[in-house]
Design a protein around this ligand. Structure first.
Ligand code: ATP
Length: 270
């Protein structure tokens, strides 16, 4: 991917975009998106003195797949961490399901319906597949955990075959499946996926994107961070382009995929 910056073509403060994809939805046969479930307003997040997010505005509606694209260091991972409560913004607000969760701790966000599969898989390498999944469901009752493990195994049959195997001995693709499986153990309303295709072979990337569609078809709203922008835009309803901690473009996924500046900067086209 090239790292050429692209000029902002919308007001970076408030990209007008909600509902801009309704027409494409009706042809895809999927239900129209519901109410806004996740809303970031003027979010500023820092690492010490580093001003990583510089006023992010973002909306996700129930049932959507929304993707964040942008070069390395644009702020995509930081945005997900700010939503899931791993980081808290210094300014601005995060609302989830109508509630102000700007200062809510990560374990409460997990309990209340945000699933987060972080970049780099972060599974417990010495625990078995089943134990990793149990850890993901720790906020739920024993019966629910058992049901949800069954749910994960139905989505990822490969994990069922590997149920007793230690996480660290799984292949890269299987570890990625386990990371996603663990994040959906709480049956989240919104699933945050950070680079799910990173380091996978083309065939496994296809499988992961198919599974992303399936999880979404099961009713889970998805916010997807991907370097693999073209494939992300293929599964997504809408997308945001981030550059140095700001949203510089926000549109339907099909419009972003057709945008010449986006294609040049993020889809590897000269
Ligand atoms: P990548 O695809 O490389 O992960 P990204 O778009 O996800 O990029 P972030 O990881 O969110 O970008 O980083 C945003 C900015 O914050 C970058 O300038 C990065 O260097 C900085 N940053 C990220 N994590 C830390 C950290 N733990 N400490 C200090 N600065 C950080």
């Amino acid at each position: 991917m090239t790292e050429q910056p692209i000029p902002p073509t919308t007001d970076p403060g408030r990209p007008p975009m909600l509902g801009s994809d309704d027409a494409s939805r009706s042809t895809s046969g999927r239900p129209a998106p519901g109410d806004v479930i996740l809303e970031l307003r003027d979010v500023h997040t820092y690492y010490g003195k580093i001003h990583a997010l510089q006023g992010i505005d973002l909306d996700v509606r129930e049932g959507e797949i929304v993707t964040l694209i942008g070069s390395n260091g644009a702020g995509k991972t930081t945005t997900l961490k700010t939503i899931s409560g791993l980081l808290h913004p210094r300014m601005g607000s995060v609302h989830f399901a109508g509630r102000d969760v700007t200062r809510t701790a990560a374990h409460e966000m997990a309990r209340d319906g945000i699933g987060h599969a972080p970049e780099g898989r972060r599974i417990f390498s010495r625990l078995t597949v089943t134990e990793n999944l149990q850890m993901g469901g720790y906020t739920r009752s024993g019966r629910e955990v058992a049901e949800n493990i069954e749910h994960v195994f139905s989505i990822f049959p490969r994990l069922r075959e590997r149920a007793g195997q230690r996480g660290g001995t799984l292949s890269g693709g299987e570890q990625q499946m386990l990371a996603i499986g663990r994040a959906i153990m709480t049956r989240p309303k919104v699933l945050l996926l950070d680079e799910p295709s990173l380091g996978l072979s083309p065939i496994l990337i296809q499988q992961i994107f198919t599974i992303i569609r399936e999880i979404n078809a099961g009713g889970t709203t998805i916010l997807l961070v991907e370097q693999n922008a073209l494939q992300a835009l293929e599964v997504a309803d809408r997308g945001y382009v981030l550059q140095t901690g700001r949203v510089i473009l926000a549109d339907s996924a099909s419009a972003l995929a057709a945008n010449q500046d986006v294609r040049r900067a993020y889809l590897g086209e000269i």
